[in-house]
Write a protein that binds this ligand. Structure first.
Ligand SMILES: [Zn+2]
Length: 197
């Protein structure tokens, strides 16, 4: 498993990837095995400090993503939106089937115990604050931060965490960069330094 794999707006999930993916459940949602173990450790640690974090979404198949698209588009069209308008609106917060990081099993949408869906109000919660301070220690990064929208191609999402492994997560957190920047610049430099030794 490549824990630094890039799947996003411009990078579809590789063909055959999902068929080989081994998954395990955390709070009833599915995650790649090592991601599930790390997520459990993180949630347990938060809980021991009195912070209860709810898992809202984990692995999603391309078929599931397709269903979410169709549901949201028909809902907007029922409210009077044209097809193109509905596609544009849904595309602001939902990736196209095949282009969602949730297909990797490495991504988690998190919330407060009262949340049934992801929400921007999560930003102000103690759960979000706890994650901002601690997620990297368990190998998770806030995948779509503010001010990086032009690089990730995705609006700020306070709820979406991505497993990359502890070492990479700590480096990404310390340098204040996003995964794309880490892959483009920092990792090359890092490899160059380690190769020289
Ligand atoms: Zn998400």
């Amino acid at each position: 498993m490549d824990y630094l794999m890039l799947v996003g707006r411009f990078e579809p999930i590789p063909e055959g990837f999902e068929a080989a993916l081994k998954l395990r459940s955390v709070q009833g949602k599915l995650f790649e095995m090592q991601t599930a173990a790390a997520l459990e450790r993180m949630l347990e640690s938060a809980r021991s400090e009195g912070v209860f974090i709810k898992v809202i979404s984990g692995y999603r198949s391309q078929e599931h993503q397709q269903m979410l698209w169709e549901k949201d588009i028909s809902m907007l069209m029922a409210q009077g939106a044209g097809y193109k308008e509905a596609v544009k609106e849904v595309g602001r917060t939902l990736a196209l089937p095949g282009f969602s990081e949730h297909h990797t099993g490495l991504a988690a949408d998190l919330g407060t115990p009262g949340d049934d869906d992801v929400s921007y109000t999560f930003t102000r919660s103690i759960q979000a604050k706890w994650l901002e301070c601690n997620a990297h220690k368990y190998g998770f990064i806030l995948r779509y931060p503010r001010l990086k929208e032009h690089i990730t191609g995705i609006d700020f999402e306070p709820w979406h965490y991505r497993y990359v492994g502890v070492e990479s997560a700590v480096m990404i957190r310390k340098s204040g960069i996003c995964l794309e920047e880490f892959l483009d610049f920092y990792q090359d430099k890092y490899l160059f330094i380690t190769n020289r030794e």
